[in-house]
Design a protein around this ligand. Structure first.
Ligand SMILES: [Cu+2]
Length: 303
């Protein structure tokens, strides 16, 4: 049957299947080659934020670049085949072209290939996700993140879990942006809890956010910050009227200066004083307090 049809169409199907398989192999080789060099930065990260400051952020970036390059390769092959078919098999006369169907090798290939693509994407996604989610048994620093309408409190803890004690604390206010100080190159465990509704702790440069729940469930995640600096933090869960004003700042400093900061806090200094003591700007530099309704009213009354 098959041989008959192949003769009718005047060409054998086998070389076509081999060619397609070869093309697939070539694509895989090309993918390996392209992800090997930094195609991401050449194309602006294909829309992915490139300023990640954690090892996991870099791994997520690599996953995105790999997936995008793979998608583009599949796209180019598909577009190529479409245009090739349009040109190669365009109408040449009134004669009906050979009517063929059930090309088993071809059908096997286009069933197996998408499955292979999905399997590879799933494999790498699962690995990177597990890496991002991983928490260690012995973090270097534990910070309790307390969210409330509409600000943050950061408690520096002496251990993990609810039983641990708070050794120092920073509380945000409508006219004070809380600054969370963390050491670089250390495993930082964030333990989250909310006083009222669901909020979400988000520092864009971590390329990660996690919901902050009220009640007994403490959401936890871990991050290692590689670069010193000031990073704006936000609430990423619509939590009420002043949700958009629920900003904070994460200040990453060297491990030594972090220890000095914590010592100053333990000695009873305020957060701005302790920040000044380690040569840092006392107040948030990446965001400012927003004008509250009360301040607006006071200003109007004064006019
Ligand atoms: Cu919120």
């Amino acid at each position: 049957m098959y041989a008959e049809r192949a003769t009718v169409s005047g060409r054998s199907r086998r070389p076509g299947a081999t060619r397609l398989a070869g093309l697939g192999l070539g694509a895989v080789a090309l993918l390996t080659l392209l992800t090997g060099c930094d195609v991401g930065s050449a194309f602006g990260g294909f829309g992915w934020p490139q300023e990640g400051i954690t090892p996991t952020a870099h791994r997520m970036y690599d996953l995105w670049i790999g997936s995008t390059v793979a998608a583009l390769i599949v796209g180019f092959i598909t577009w190529g085949l479409i245009f090739w078919c349009i040109i190669r098999y365009r109408k040449r006369g009134e004669e009906l072209p050979p009517q063929t169907r059930y090309n088993i090798p071809m059908e096997t290939i286009y069933t197996a290939t998408p499955f292979l693509v999905i399997a590879v994407l799933f494999y790498y996604t699962a690995i990177v996700q597990a890496d991002v989610e991983r928490t260690s048994k012995n973090p270097d620093v534990v910070v309790e993140v307390v969210a409330f309408k509409w600000n943050w409190q950061f408690n520096y803890r002496d251990g993990m879990g609810v039983e641990a004690r708070t050794v120092a604390s920073t509380l945000g206010d409508s006219d004070y942006i809380p600054v969370l100080v963390v050491p670089t190159h250390k495993k930082i465990r964030f333990e989250e809890t909310s006083k009222d509704v669901i909020h979400s702790f988000w520092v864009p440069e971590l390329l990660f956010k996690r919901d902050v729940f009220p009640g007994p469930l403490r959401n936890v995640f871990e991050a290692t910050v590689e670069r010193e600096g000031a990073y704006v933090g936000r609430c990423a869960e619509l939590c009420g009227t002043y949700h958009s004003m629920m900003n904070f700042e994460m200040r990453a400093v060297s491990a030594d200066r972090y220890a000095q900061f914590l010592d100053a806090m333990r000695a009873g200094r305020s957060t701005p004083e302790a920040l000044t003591a380690i040569g840092e700007a006392p107040y948030a530099t990446k965001t400012t307090p927003f004008e509250t309704k009360r301040q607006l009213k006071e200003r109007k009354a004064a006019q």
